[in-house]
Design a protein around this ligand. Structure first.
Ligand code: NAP
Ligand code: F7E
Length: 359
């Protein structure tokens, strides 16, 4: 069998951890880049680290020497570039750094692959944030015009075009997966779905009084992350390098996601507008459980995202299998079972399968 060696940047993140598991099951040798931190960041992949097929290496997307050394030492057949400063709101606070990692990071790897003369295939974690704010263009497909509305998205747009240019100029197998939001119990706690599911579990356990959010009217196309890493891999196995939109095709407001999560613990909300702020009260007890706060509003918002995943369905056969209500259930049930954020053992995924069988 031919060599199957994957280099994953961002292996400690949500997607990196699921992708590593997916590729291990396919028999890959896996190398992951881990950046130096003041504490351990490997919670999501700890249980993979005893596997001899998995090696982690210190490196950083802003450090060309480390990337150069790793590419030469590991000689990957496939590179998955998932590392990013991936928080849209935070990118307004650290714009230079976000561009360094999200834009130049991809360029650095592509340019090294070319100069070293590697035959590696390259996957770029592109994003539905590229579509941004052009009114009237929904659902969004590979042909939709981009209009980024954050330093995060502007950096990702640079990376998107760099991939296309390297593909065309140097005949490299380099692809953009334009992924819409995908979530899971492993989602970082500052992203809205995890913030909501965790707060709902804590409120149900009487450990928290209220959930404070920003824009409740933003609409996102939310899917289930483990399914999306399969789409990444499938794109990399095609004969020709092509870019694909990946999403469910269904969009939901933040407000509705809140309602779905509370419904999992049998709480139904009534919404009350108070001047510009909004409060979600428990319809039985009248207790305020959700509040809005301008602190969580962004300087620019992306209001409406909805994928048109026709191309990937027709050409590759990939389709999202988990709908947003199932996603809310998976996340809340996980957070009810595990009061702390962590992936200490393999039980949650089994438990999730059991929960999903319930009517
Ligand atoms: P995530 O959980 O935030 O993970 C990001 C990863 O990048 C982490 O492993 C992080 O390391 C690493 N990283 C950040 N800065 C780095 C640097 N300077 N050098 C090396 N590594 C660095 O993100 P995710 O949700 O898994 O998303 C994966 C990728 O897909 C990202 O590029 C994201 O922008 C993109 N994307 C995500 C979605 C989504 O809905 N999840 C949708 C479209 C595109 P630490 O653990 O040390 O922080
Ligand atoms: O926000 C609104 C917020 O931070 C979703 C990243 O993975 O997906 C992600 O970016 C929506 C926005 O994700 C809060 O204003 C309301 O409209 O969970 P999020 P995102 O910005 O869509 C894309 C595809 C990526 O590529 C990114 O890497 O929810 N919202 N209240 C809030 N958002 C947050 N974080 N916190 C709130 O309190």
């Amino acid at each position: 069998m031919s060599r199957r060696v994957a280099l994953i940047t961002g292996i400690t993140g949500q997607d990196g951890s699921y992708l590593a598991e997916f590729l291990l099951a396919k028999g890959y040798e896996i190398h992951g880049i881990v950046r130096r931190n003041s504490d351990f960041t490997s919670k999501r992949i700890d249980r993979l680290l005893t596997n001899p097929a998995v090696t982690t290496h210190y490196g950083d997307m802003v450090d060309v020497s480390s990337l150069h050394t790793l590419l030469i030492r590991t000689q990957p057949t496939e590179i998955y570039n998932l590392a990013a400063q991936s928080h849209v709101q935070v990118s307004f606070n650290v714009p230079d750094y976000s561009a360094e990692v999200n834009a130049l990071g991809a360029l650095r790897i592509l340019s090294l692959v070319k100069e070293i003369g590697l035959a590696s295939r390259f996957y770029q974690a592109s994003t539905s944030e590229l579509f941004g704010g052009l009114p009237g263009t929904v659902p969004q497909s590979e042909a939709t015009t981009f209009m980024p509305r954050s330093p995060y998205a502007a950096g990702k747009l640079f990376a998107y075009w760099t991939v296309r240019n390297y593909r065309e100029a140097y005949d490299m197998f380099a692809v953009n997966g334009i992924l819409f939001n995908h979530e899971s119990p492993r989602r970082g706690r500052t992203f809205v779905t995890k913030k909501i599911s965790q707060a709902v579990a804590r409120i149900a356990r009487d450990e928290q009084d209220t959930l404070v959010l920003g824009n409740l009217d933003a609409e996102r196309d939310w899917g289930y992350a483990p399914e999306y890493v399969e789409a990444m891999w499938l794109m990399m196995q095609q004969e020709r390098p092509e870019d694909y939109v990946v999403g469910t095709g269904v969009t939901t407001t933040v407000r509705r996601f809140v309602e779905l999560c509370f419904a999992e613990v049998n709480i139904h909300l009534d919404w009350i507008r108070d001047d510009k702020l909004e409060i979600g009260v428990d319809s039985r007890s009248g207790k305020p459980l959700v509040k809005t706060d301008p602190r969580y509003l962004r300087p620019l918002e992306v209001e409406h995202l909805q994928a048109d995943p026709t191309k990937i369905a027709q050409e590759i056969g990939w389709r999202a299998r988990t709908n947003v209500a199932e996603l809310a259930r998976i996340m809340v049930r996980y957070d009810l079972a595990y009061s702390d954020y962590g992936f200490e053992d393999a039980v949650p995924e089994d438990a999730i399968s059991r929960w999903r069988k319930q009517p």
